[in-house]
Design a protein around this ligand. Structure first.
Ligand SMILES: *Cc1c(COP(=O)(O)O)cnc(C)c1O
Length: 370
């Protein structure tokens, strides 16, 4: 059922419901979420992100396969982390918490900062010094978080915030927080609502593996309720320099251009392996070069600007194209907005950029080839 119908069922906007009536994902999917009438809902109207057809990628796969992009970079802070954060922060508020903390490769800190501040709470974020894309750092600071950069990677930062949350009165909002996954599962609901069934494949980048776990939960809950007939194969993609789930062991020094999935020791490792088994899915590594190729393809051919980590889903689909069944429906999750990381876009593109020209019509026409 399309999102507009979801709105109508909620009695929002009446027969003339528009997306302007979208109340945010907690209200839209309230009966699927662990909230009560007394939960203070802290929302920026996240969710209801578009499922965009990808004709060029579909053509590359061939065989009548239809590829869609779930563009979660259009959430309020520019990544799917908002889905989990509206839940985690609402529940923290309900429990009377006055402060939250997280470790982050960037997007979690942006989302935690925005939602915590909106809820009147303090937000502390630990980041690996020098490995957070500039847009994300800008967001955390502008939203009013207290940012602590450590000389260590994400995995170290997470160990520290877990310790701090154990010892002091502060709520941890990393994806070990179960409410995060509850909020994130609504992306699967939206995919089914848009397609009227689950896709055959779901391709998704994997870092801590919270999102793949949440999607699987969402698809299963919807199937049990009869909203979809099938379940997708869950295809998870990690960056080759940071692929603990593919290698089967922790990576001590994870390394990739896709900083959002630069994680060597995934928090949700066991859940992820269960999803792989139950869905007959599979994890695979994609190289940074493959990620960048997909990133450029998405931008220059489909008109969709995502961040490098997000492009791992498309890089992975292209890598496994021979295995996609004819006529299949495939959804690639684009987890974050490309504007998060302008430096990577400026460094990696095939566009012509003429600089230093005289301010003169003939000079401009000449470089245009006239
Ligand atoms: C957090 C994040 C991921 C990884 O999600 P996990 O739940 O940690 O697997 C992928 N892409 C982007 C843009 C992210 O912010």
């Amino acid at each position: 059922m399309p999102l507009i119908q979801t709105l109508r069922q909620l009695g929002l906007g009446g027969a003339r419901a528009t997306m302007q009536d979208w109340p945010g994902l907690i209200e839209a999917y309230r009966r699927w979420l662990p909230v009560s009438q007394s939960t203070p809902v802290i929302s920026l109207r996240e969710g209801a992100t578009p499922l965009i057809p990808a004709p060029v990628i579909s053509e590359r796969i061939g065989k009548g396969v239809r590829v869609y992009l779930k563009y979660d970079g259009l959430n309020p802070t520019g990544s799917f982390k908002d889905r989990g954060m509206t839940m985690a922060i609402s529940k923290a508020k309900e429990a009377g918490s006055e402060a939250v903390i997280c470790a982050s490769t960037g997007n979690t800190s942006a989302a935690a900062a925005a939602y915590a501040r909106r809820g009147g709470m303090r937000a502390f974020v630990l980041i690996p010094d020098g490995y957070v894309a500039q847009g994300k750092l800008a967001q955390a600071l502008l939203y009013g978080a207290e940012v602590i950069a450590i000389k260590g990677n994400f995995d170290r930062a997470l160990a520290i915030v877990r310790d701090v949350a154990d010892r002091y009165p502060i709520t941890l909002v990393n994806s070990v927080n179960p409410y995060r996954l509850q909020g994130q599962k609504t992306a699967a609901f939206e995919v089914v609502d848009a397609l009227s069934d689950a896709p055959d494949w779901l391709c998704i980048p994997v870092g801590n593996a919270g999102n793949i776990t949440a999607y699987w939960m969402g698809f299963n809950e919807y199937r049990q309720a009869g909203h979809c007939r099938k379940l997708p194969r869950m295809m998870g993609f990690q960056a080759a320099g940071s692929a603990p789930l593919v290698l089967g062991h922790t990576v001590e020094q994870p390394d990739t251009i896709a900083t959002a999935i630069r994680i060597g020791n995934p928090v949700n490792r066991d859940n992820a392996l269960k999803v792989e088994r139950e869905s007959n899915g599979g994890f695979m590594a994609v190289t940074d070069a493959e990620i960048i190729d997909a990133y450029k393809l998405l931008g220059s051919q489909e008109g969709v600007f995502c961040e490098p980590a997000s492009a791992a889903s498309v890089a992975g689909l292209l890598k496994r194209r021979d295995e996609v069944p004819a006529g299949a429906t495939v959804v690639c999750v684009l987890t974050g907005n490309g504007l998060k990381d302008p430096a990577t876009a400026i460094e990696h593109n095939d566009s012509k950029f003429h600089t230093g020209l005289e301010a003169d019509t003939d000079a401009v026409a000449a470089v245009m080839g006239f």
